[in-house]
Design a protein around this ligand. Structure first.
Ligand code: HEC
Length: 173
């Protein structure tokens, strides 16, 4: 930088000083703009932070309120004594049967079969030994009770039990 203590009447020098002045002005304006932008950002983030966080909260609230839905899917809607989803007879243990016995195959395999409790047990053991069915733990007894009660073999001996409570109607010509 060329410093000159003499009175400045040299047009070249004053040009240079003008330039320096201009340059300094530009720099300070740029600096000022930078500061303003920073401040604006700060203010905006302070203003919108609560809103953003409430939005995030509401989103997570929506998510957590949405999460019971798959469970609701699993809950049982019973029409005419049968679970709408699987066709299984409504009864104690239905939920456990749905949870454990319709994971690999449909409920059809249950619906089309009739076994005694021992028969059902041996099917379960067979599936455990050959098909990767898991240990049913304490639920096994409940599941077996359900199956034995609702999918028991029909009486195969003798005559069927007489029908009761029938509303006979007259045939008309
Ligand atoms: C880990 C998978 C799996 C699970 C869980 C499972 N099964 Fe099975 N199950 C099978 C397979 C595989 C077969 C053979 C399917 C075939 O023959 O097409 C089968 C067949 C059956 C059959 C027909 C057996 C036969 O002799 O024809 C019945 C009844 C049955 N399962 C009932 C159940 C019951 C009740 C449960 C719940 C306790 C259950 N399954 C859970 C895999 C499973």
């Amino acid at each position: 930088m060329h410093m000159n203590n003499l009175p400045n009447n040299n047009p070249k020098t004053s040009d240079k000083e003008n330039y320096q002045l201009f340059n300094g002005l530009i720099k300070s304006v740029a600096g000022l703009v930078g500061v303003v932008v920073l401040l604006a950002g700060l203010v905006l983030s302070l203003v919108f932070l609560p809103e953003i966080s409430t939005r995030l909260n509401s989103t997570s609230a929506e998510l957590s309120s949405a999460s019971p839905e798959p469970l609701a899917d699993f809950s049982t809607e019973v029409v005419d004594g049968k679970d709408v989803e699987t066709g299984l007879i409504a009864g104690n243990g239905l939920e456990l049967v749905k949870a454990n016995c319709t994971a690999c195959h449909s409920s059809a395999l249950i619906l089309q079969n009739r076994f005694t409790r021992e028969g059902w047990h041996s099917k379960i053991v067979w599936m455990q030994e050959t098909q990767g069915l898991w240990d049913l733990g304490g639920n096994e007894a409940i599941i077996l009770d359900y199956l034995a009660e609702n999918y028991a073999p029909e009486e195969s001996h003798g005559r069927r039990i007489p029908l009761t409570g029938i509303d006979w109607y007259e045939l008309k010509d």
